[in-house]
Design a protein around this ligand. Structure first.
Ligand code: SF4
Ligand code: SF4
Length: 407
């Protein structure tokens, strides 16, 4: 399927123009279209809740309803899951797709209003451009982001944590030097990574978190580092001052009263000129049970195809996985140990690069997917999904939850 970079046909009369993905980057795409006289009719997104909202004054349409409303349409792909989007929309019978690369080439952030700060939007667009460029170079080993699990300890205990923290009886921090050593192996074998994300558990519980950030920042000063926190622990000011603030960002999920230090954290970030996004926790998709399905190959392929987190490369205890579910289910030993689920970065094998490439290019499924409920873009549709759908976020349990171990 050809995706066009030249956007000049969009200036001509033709089928309605839709921006794909109700993501922050699409605001920039909408702005530049207005400026260039390209008339956009709507934004589409697979997440049904987004259809209650608008983006840059454009109506958001739930993607599966597109064919009814727009039998013909042209699409500008604003989001970063290019391959998935094209497959989904081709399945609805559409065939005209545009990359945002040409449109965003000389985008002047300061000229426009956005729902996030200029510095934050600049970083989103930087990652967006790199992801779309990588799409046109399939030989490259590219990771849009890598989730670095710095701890399995969390200051909250959410019943339905999609990273499976609720099952850890003896959660642990990973030593910061082990993490930086593993990242060296990844650096040597991956062509490009746009975004490093510190996650957990609660990453700020690991006292080495700032050293990990500094270690990544020194080696990758062109990449963005995002620290995902639940707002329960305020960082120390001297830690914040020690960063190269240009590439360090915080993402605060606000769980209301549970996020007792979110205000203090926000004040400190503003004071130290560190970019951040703070958003209330929204309902989650039920996806945190480990259960063997014994699906057919075809059904597991469908689960993987529908999955919205299949590019969330996850580093945990020296192993690289394709998603946080498999990483934690394997780390908990809840699923059978299967080397097809991961790359052991400390294996001293001379084909680590080959193994990483195989993992990155895998477009079928992993053995671990058979133990997953699925995590579809659209949980209202049972296609490739065996969970309950939307559930309330952040409900707490007092004890770790027992789980079945599959041998
Ligand atoms: S805050 Fe809740 S969802 Fe986030 S990592 Fe901790 S347990 Fe999981
Ligand atoms: S196990 Fe497979 S289906 Fe489940 S989240 Fe990971 S990649 Fe997606």
């Amino acid at each position: 399927m050809k995706i066009k970079i030249d956007f000049s046909p969009l200036k001509k009369e033709g089928p309605p123009i839709i921006i794909v993905g109700a993501v922050q980057e699409s605001e920039a795409v909408a702005n530049v279209c207005r400026e260039k006289g390209i008339k956009v009719s709507a934004v589409c997104d697979s997440e049904p809740r987004r259809s209650q909202e608008t983006l840059s004054e454009l109506k958001i349409i739930h993607s599966p309803t597109l064919p009814k409303k727009f039998p013909k349409a042209r699409f500008i792909i604003g989001c970063q899951h290019v391959q998935d989007v094209v497959e989904q929309l081709t399945g609805y019978g559409y065939d005209e797709f545009y990359s945002p690369l040409g449109l965003l080439e000389n985008y002047n952030i300061k000229k426009f209003e956005h729902s996030v700060s200029h510095s934050y939007m600049e970083k989103r667009l930087d990652v967006c451009r790199k992801t779309h460029k990588a799409f046109f170079n399939q030989e490259k080993i590219y990771m849009r982001s890598i989730d670095i699990m710095v701890t399995t300890k969390c200051s909250l205990k959410c019943n339905n944590c999609s990273n499976l923290m609720q099952y850890y009886k003896n959660p642990e921090h990973t030593d910061h030097e082990k993490i930086l050593d593993a990242l060296k192996v990844i650096d040597a074998n991956v062509d490009e990574i746009s975004e490093f994300r510190l996650i957990g558990g609660e990453p700020l519980m690991n006292k080495g978190w700032a050293d990990i950030v500094k270690g990544i920042s020194e080696r990758h000063n062109q990449c963005q580092i995002f620290i995902y926190t639940n707002g329960t622990i305020a960082p120390k000011e001297d830690q914040l001052k020690s960063f190269n603030v240009k590439n360090v960002n915080f993402i605060i999920t606000d769980y209301g009263k549970l996020s007792a230090n979110a205000d203090k954290m926000t004040e400190l970030l503003i004071k130290n000129n560190i970019s951040y996004d703070r958003s209330p926790a929204q309902d989650w998709v039920d996806c945190s049970s480990v259960k063997q399905h014994k699906r057919s190959v075809k059904d597991n392929e469908e689960v993987f195809k529908q999955c919205c987190v299949k590019y969330l490369y996850t580093l945990l205890e020296g192993k690289l996985y394709r998603c946080p579910f498999i990483a934690n289910a394997a780390n908990l030993k809840a699923i059978p140990d299967n080397p097809a689920n991961y790359v052991d970065l400390f294996s001293n094998s001379d084909d680590v690069k080959k193994k990483i490439k195989r993992m990155v290019k895998n477009s079928t499924f992993f053995p671990g997917c058979d133990f997953c409920l699925g995590r579809p873009y659209d949980p209202t549709n049972n296609l490739g999904y065996d969970g309950k759908g939307m559930i309330p976020a952040g409900q707490q349990v007092s004890e770790s939850i027992p789980y079945k171990v599959y041998e």
